[in-house]
Design a protein around this ligand. Structure first.
Ligand code: SF4
Ligand code: MSK
Length: 662
């Protein structure tokens, strides 16, 4: 049933709005923003213009942890006053930061627990619609945590793996299973500092407790727990989520994927899936191929059913199936302005409440599907993994009915970009070393000989407080120009794909060393590793670089750096802190919730590095960000004694024998 009359969203404030192209560098999003304004509809990008950020909150100089407050400190004179309870600026900032880490870690942890529950139901035969797609990965993951696999069936291994990985969440004492993957010297540092994580549920609860009124009031001690909580996410909650998703749905390998709003098809029923858990998307793939539904779409006058992804759900399936991707976080409202989206199904995380109003304005059916995420104004069709087609078939049926009764004018920006996606940690191993000697050795060799200067992880969200995609793209262009290989996840990956940097041909934009390596291997200078929860793949790649040798003994020794140039989510803060605690210099853009010059600021931006960990950096400027990251990479190269470019060392037969044979 189609809606009767167009609904108008609240009008923008009467101020003159900046031109769309000033707010987004995504041309398709700019076109839709302009159309939304003509239609009298306000999108998130314009709401950000109208909503001035609270400067005290932006500096994290306020506290509302009890009703003696809220207390506001002065960020210009941070030590000039304290809260009613006596909390100092350092305590207040550290507590706020710790709670952001706890919230972000809880998000990844809850996502990972859902994946593990799904895995349990599959391996115990209670769920029949999914199965183990990658038994090789099942065995590899089991072996990595010392589960004996010889002579056992996949089912036996899976049950043991489930029991062991459950500890990642519930363990109240001792080290979680994936600590076995951490380079020994890094683990030693964590043990010395008392930050080896227990189960994520334990760490998140303690983080919240410690930051309540009258508990932990020493910023250094609070930061320790923030590190421990974040590590329980990166090496726990998130890592389990990635590994289980690969085992159940397949480990990604490179596919050519189309991105941008041009993937919408006017003559087809367009269905978008947006969120984070892969199961909704995997199930709707089956529904859109269901012959009766395909027939129903044709009977409604459509040429077919066009299934598309957005945000991280989209990345999960683009890298596993090559399904087209329409855009990142800052385009999820704009895409509905096309009038061509017949239905959008969402599950969890990064789903803006404002989407419900935009969907109403353009007659798109917006469906929530997960019990943990409902939105006022959106219809809820719950996905039950024991019978997922009930939900996903219904979404398709409703999308077909909307197609049949389309009344809104259709305007699809005709922009499509292609790129290669799906570089899992395992595929990089294979790509660099070949099928018979998969190894990170060639990567290390090329870093040592100076062809590749270092590796950067550029990840994370887009944020309407900055021009969409621009900081990501400018930063990455500068990094690759300086021979830094870039690994990507999350919405950043889509920004770069739209900019055409995820193709092997983009090697011409890289410096001479990196471009030579890319051409030899046939890979892009920018490798997309998946959704934001898949940053664990970057941790695994870095651990492998340490294991292979020649680049130091611990993660903090590596010539690597990380960045989230347009971050917005608490998940990004958790990710940043687990990279910092793992030993990586990590630079954030947009804003950083801290008052510069405080003791807490000095600890995050300098002190942690002296403890043997990484450190934080901040700048909103992409070029300065690149220079900061490159300077750090060069500092590490110098410490390793590889600051002078070396001649290529050809691998001889004796060396070859020493290499791992797959
Ligand atoms: Fe104010 Fe202290 Fe209460 Fe925070 S915990 S609101 S600083 S009195
Ligand atoms: S969706 S957390 S906006 S990457 Fe993972 Fe994108 Fe950031 Fe959400």
């Amino acid at each position: 049933m189609e809606k009767k009359a167009p609904v108008k969203a609240p009008k923008a404030a009467s101020k003159i709005m900046p031109p769309p192209n000033d707010l987004t560098s995504c041309e398709a999003t700019a076109q839709m923003l302009a159309k939304a304004r003509r239609d009298g509809v306000v999108l998130d990008i314009d709401r950000a213009v109208n909503m001035k950020a609270c400067p005290i909150g932006a500096d994290s100089a306020c506290c509302k942890h009890c009703s003696m407050g809220p207390c506001r400190l002065n960020s210009k004179d941070p030590y000039g006053k304290v809260g009613v309870c006596g909390a100092t600026i350092d305590t207040i900032q550290a507590r706020n930061f710790g709670r952001m880490v706890a919230a972000g870690s809880a998000a990844h942890t809850d996502h990972g627990m859902a994946m593990l529950e799904l895995f349990r139901e599959v391996v115990t035969g209670k769920i029949k619609d999914y199965r183990i797609k990658d038994p090789i990965k099942l065995r590899d993951v089991a072996k990595s945590i010392d589960i004996e696999t010889d002579g056992k069936s996949d089912e036996e291994i899976a049950l043991e793996l489930y029991a062991e990985l459950e500890r990642t969440y519930t363990q109240v004492d001792g080290e979680i299973p994936f600590m076995k993957r951490v380079p020994e010297k890094t683990l030693e540092t964590w043990r010395k500092l008392g930050i080896v994580p227990r189960g994520a549920m334990r760490e998140v609860v303690e983080m919240i407790h410690r930051t309540a009124i009258g508990v932990d009031q020493h910023y250094e001690n609070i930061t320790k727990q923030a590190s421990r909580t974040a590590l329980s996410d990166g090496w726990g909650g998130s890592m389990v989520s990635t590994e289980i998703a690969d085992i159940l749905f397949g480990t990604p390998s490179p596919v050519v994927g189309e991105v941008n709003m041009g993937v919408l098809k006017e003559n087809q029923v367009n269905i978008i899936i947006h969120g984070h858990e892969p199961n909704l998307f995997e199930s709707i793939i089956t529904s859109v191929h269901e012959p009766t539904l395909v027939q129903a779409a044709k009977a409604a006058g459509a040429e077919g059913i066009n299934l598309i992804g957005m945000c991280c759900s989209g990345l999960e399936v683009m890298q596993r199936h090559g399904i087209p991707h329409a855009g990142n976080f800052s385009s999820t409202e704009a895409i509905m302005v096309t009038g061509a989206v017949d239905a959008m199904g969402v599950d969890i995380q990064c789903i803006k409440q404002g989407m419900a109003k935009v969907a109403e304005c353009y007659g798109t059916y917006l469906f929530t599907t997960n019990t943990r995420c409902r939105i006022e104004g959106a219809e809820h069709i719950e996905l039950d993994e024991h019978d997922p087609q009930v939900c996903t078939d219904e979404i398709v049926i409703r999308a077909i009915s909307r197609f049949k009764n389309r009344t809104r004018p259709i305007e699809i920006p005709q922009i499509t970009n292609t790129g290669v996606q799906g570089f899992s940690y395992e595929y990089i191993n294979y790509m660099l070393g070949g099928s018979f000697r998969g190894s990170y050795t060639p990567l290390n060799d090329n870093i040592i000989n100076g062809r590749i200067r270092g590796v950067a992880g550029v990840v994370g969200c887009t944020n309407p407080r900055v021009r969409q995609d621009e900081v990501h793209v400018e930063l990455v262009r500068e990094l690759i120009k300086n021979d830094v290989l870039v690994l990507q996840t999350g919405c950043s990956q889509i920004a770069l794909a739209k900019a055409g940097l995820c193709t092997p041909e983009a090697a011409y934009l890289a410096g001479p060393g990196l471009s030579e390596v890319c051409e030899a291997v046939g890979m892009p200078p920018v490798l997309g590793l998946g959704a934001c929860v898949d940053n664990s793949r970057i941790l695994m790649a870095a651990s492998e670089m340490v294991k292979v040798g020649g680049l130091g003994d611990c993660l903090a020794d590596l010539p690597v750096a990380g960045a989230a140039p347009e971050w917005m989510s608490e998940k990004a803060i958790a990710i940043g802190q687990y990279f910092v605690a793992s030993g990586v210099f990590t630079v954030f853009g947009v804003t950083f919730p801290i008052v510069e010059g405080t003791k807490f600021h000095k600890l995050l931006f300098d002190g942690l590095e002296h403890q043997g960990l990484g450190k934080w950096g901040f700048t909103p400027d992409p070029h300065e960000m690149a220079q900061m990251m490159i300077a750090h990479i060069d500092k590490k190269r110098k410490a390793l004694g590889i600051d002078k470019a070396r001649d290529r060392i050809l691998v001889d037969m004796a060396d070859r024998r020493e290499l791992d044979v797959a």
